[in-house]
Design a binder for this molecule. Structure first.
Ligand SMILES: [Ca+2]
Ligand SMILES: [Ca+2]
Ligand SMILES: [Ca+2]
Ligand SMILES: [Ca+2]
Length: 277
């Protein structure tokens, strides 16, 4: 028994050393998001956003300081694929969008510039707000259980295809000149099982601006002509994982295993001290 435990310790030690050597090498040449390699067939045109694997889940409170730096979309009237209405400047309507993921959840952090926030209407699409269009299976079909048009209005109202929902978590934090939106969407709404680095979803994002009440004044869509029924026009959300984050997670697991081995050794030594039956 003791021999088996000793062999286990040697194996775990060897793995730990190997991982730490890998980790040191990764830290010498940090991998940036731009250097993440994605198979060519997965990089669809039109545009894509890399969703980064988050080591710690963000608190969904509208405060985005708990997000790591990462790739983002700058959405304004010049970068939008579709643009309707009147926008006089980026302060009137624009946004910066980031995304993150873990095994259970897809996250978005959205900073919206909007100098006059109005939420006076019954229909969510007539007020200031954000629309997230997702084709979870990336099958270009709009009407499966993987397909959603999530709207988060500047007052916090949340809908899926205009129907009020409570099965995603969204928080809006207004500030002078705009509002932050932080969203957590259960992965089970999008795909069966868990995502991996390299998973691709169809994705676009829309922004409505209302400055004077009643219906909207301007509407921007990042990719496509609507956020609900034409996923073949969407951009892509590409799931990525930084090497240094993967190594940190493995190192944490090794430390856990080392502690478990210590506990086993303690139990073994207690047995050895018992008198023979
Ligand atoms: Ca937060
Ligand atoms: Ca679909
Ligand atoms: Ca507005
Ligand atoms: Ca309105």
């Amino acid at each position: 028994m003791k021999r088996v435990v000793l062999i286990l310790i040697i194996v775990i030690g060897a793995v730990a050393i190997g991982i730490r050597v890998l980790g040191a090498s990764a830290k010498r040449s940090p991998l940036t998001m731009a250097s993440v390699q994605v198979p060519a067939y997965q990089v669809a045109s039109p545009r894509s956003l890399h969703s980064i694997r988050l080591v710690a889940a963000p608190v969904i409170d509208g405060n985005l300081s708990d997000w790591p730096a990462g790739e983002s979309i700058d959405l304004d009237r010049h970068t939008a694929f579709s643009f309707s209405g009147y926008i006089d400047s980026p302060a009137d309507l624009s946004a910066i969008i980031r995304s993150g993921w873990d095994r259970q959840t897809l996250y978005f952090a959205i900073e919206v510039n909007d100098d006059i926030i109005v939420t006076d209407s019954e229909d969510v699409w007539q007020d200031d707000g954000v629309e997230i269009g997702l084709d979870g299976l990336n099958d270009k079909d709009a009407w499966g259980s993987d397909d959603h048009q999530y709207t988060i209005v500047a007052d916090g109202n949340t809908t899926d295809r205009s129907v009020p929902i409570t099965d995603i978590v969204a928080s809006v934090l207004p500030y002078e000149g705009g509002y932050n939106v932080e969203v957590a969407i259960p992965m089970s709404k999008l795909i069966p099982g868990v995502p991996i680095s390299g998973t691709v979803m169809g994705f676009t994002i829309g922004l409505h601006d209302d400055d004077d009440g009643d219906t909207w004044d301007a509407y921007l869509i990042w990719e496509g002509t609507n956020t609900s029924s034409s996923p073949e026009e969407f951009g892509s959300l590409i799931f990525t994982e930084r090497l240094e984050d993967r190594i940190d997670a493995l190192e944490a697991r090794i430390i856990q295993l080392e502690q478990q081995v210590q506990e086993l050794l303690m139990i073994l030594s207690e047995f050895e001290e018992l008198p023979p039956p």
